[in-house]
Design a protein around this ligand. Structure first.
Ligand SMILES: NC(=O)c1ccc[n+]([C@@H]2O[C@H](COP(=O)([O-])OP(=O)(O)OC[C@H]3O[C@@H](n4cnc5c(N)ncnc54)[C@H](OP(=O)(O)O)[C@@H]3O)[C@@H](O)[C@H]2O)c1
Length: 393
């Protein structure tokens, strides 16, 4: 049934396929590098464990999230969805997913009748998040959607409306809200550990290898957005909001798209923005796909500075609080718990009806701010914002 259709599905291993709507469509890709499949399939720990269907067996799903289900208390992998039938079967066998719970993008709708699946985890390229989130809600499932929530605020609004219509929960996979260093940073800022906040600096960059939009969704406008902001700079933007506890009231920005570089045929190479908050604090954010790697967030106030580098990694984060000549290093715990905590958080929301720390509304807010940043860069004007992140006309 599901597995048979998956095996029959065509696989496009490179290139960009246009869907009927003229937008991009989901298609299979080869097994990513570095994947270690489990020797023994992990088992659910509790009778009320939430079954997740993983949609898109790419690098992040296979190398980071799927191995971390083993550490979740109330979540397990119940189904897989992929456009590459060989990979689907190999991964399905290793994770103990029954053949009837393996789907292709073509027969995904059949998941509606699979009672072992409570939630769908969308881990596809960003330009496909909205379409597949809506399909998951149409199938009556809850949704964990990777960041960025989508590539436009209109898509985010449709996703939230679809969740409401289906009466299902929607969570954005902002893992830093479950990561010990960032959680401690939020607490320290709540306790005014740096005095009154004045400045935040966020820098997220790495150097993308030589790759054109047809081969790499991150540099493809329809799949990845307008630049590194949606994929990587979003961490600095998020940190500026959760460390300040404020929404910006204005934004100015600049971006740069070099000519003659296939990586940047469709997107910007760097995006820099300045946010001003109602308190008077400012944030300076820069992100690049063409600069040596950095992942740093600093928050500086009247009496001290909180310095995080790496700030938002999967592991190996560092955090120091400087106050004059004194400096205190924090080691609040193993960062790798963030993945399982995130899975359990949605499971608790589904089973207990508890609040979601990173709901669709947060994803929408951030996409609105990114739209404002690009609008400021394009118009070369400072844009004034409403408290919900929309641009003032
Ligand atoms: N939270 C984080 O720290 C974090 C880190 C990295 C990535 N992410 C997010 O995770 C998502 C996936 O990123 P990734 O790094 O895993 O990407 P990736 O390695 O390129 O994998 C994407 C997978 O999506 C599927 N896919 C379906 N249609 C596709 C298309 N038209 N083009 C490319 N792939 C297509 C393929 O799976 P099949 O072959 O199985 O069909 C592919 O392997 C993105 O939303 C990204 O922002 C989050």
């Amino acid at each position: 049934m599901a597995a048979g259709s998956a095996a029959a599905a065509s696989v496009m291993l490179a290139g960009r396929a246009l869907g009927q709507s003229g937008g991009v469509r989901a298609e299979g890709h080869p097994m990513p590098g570095g994947v270690e499949l489990p020797d023994t399939p992990p088992r659910p720990k509790r009778a009320d464990s939430v079954g997740y269907a993983i949609v898109g067996l790419g690098g992040y799903a296979l190398n980071q999230m799927m191995p971390r289900f083993e550490r979740a208390e109330r979540a397990h992998i119940a189904a897989l969805v992929s456009g590459n039938p060989d990979k689907l079967n190999k991964v399905g066998d290793a994770y103990g997913v029954p053949a009837g719970s393996r789907y292709s993008y073509d027969n995904f709708a059949e998941i509606a009748s699979n009672e072992s699946v409570d939630a769908v985890y969308i881990v596809l390229p960003s330009g496909l998040h909205a379409e597949w989130t809506e399909k998951a809600f149409a199938a009556g499932k809850h949704v964990l959607c990777e960041k960025p929530m989508a590539l436009s605020s209109a898509e985010c609004e449709r996703m939230i409306a679809a969740a409401q219509r289906a009466n299902r929960r929607l969570m954005i996979a902002y893992r830093c809200h479950f990561e010990p260093y960032n959680m401690q940073a939020m607490e320290l800022m709540d306790q005014d550990a740096v005095g009154t906040l004045r400045m935040i600096r966020g820098e997220q960059s790495y150097r993308m290898g030589p790759t054109p939009p047809a081969e790499n969704w991150r540099v493809n406008r329809a799949l990845g957005g307008r630049g590194p902001l949606e994929d990587y700079g979003i961490y600095g933007l998020q940190a500026a909001l959760y460390l300040s506890g404020e929404m910006p009231e204005s934004v100015a920005a600049a971006s740069y798209q070099p000519a003659g570089d296939p990586r940047f045929a469709e997107i910007a190479a760097h995006v820099a923005s300045q946010l001003r908050f109602p308190s008077g604090a400012v944030a300076q954010l820069a992100t690049s796909y063409d600069s040596a790697g950095i992942n740093e967030v600093d928050a500086r106030g009247t009496t001290g500075a909180l310095l995080m580098q790496p700030a938002t990694g999967y592991s190996g984060n560092n955090m120091v609080l400087e106050m004059g000549r004194e400096s205190r290093e924090f080691t609040p715990g193993d960062s790798t718990v963030q993945f399982a905590r995130q899975l359990d958080h949605l499971a608790d929301a589904i089973r207990d009806g508890s609040d979601i720390r990173t709901p669709g509304e947060m994803g929408l807010r951030d996409v609105r701010l990114m739209e404002a940043i690009y609008a400021a860069a394009e118009s070369r004007r400072t844009i004034m914002l409403n408290p919900d992140g929309t641009m003032r006309s």
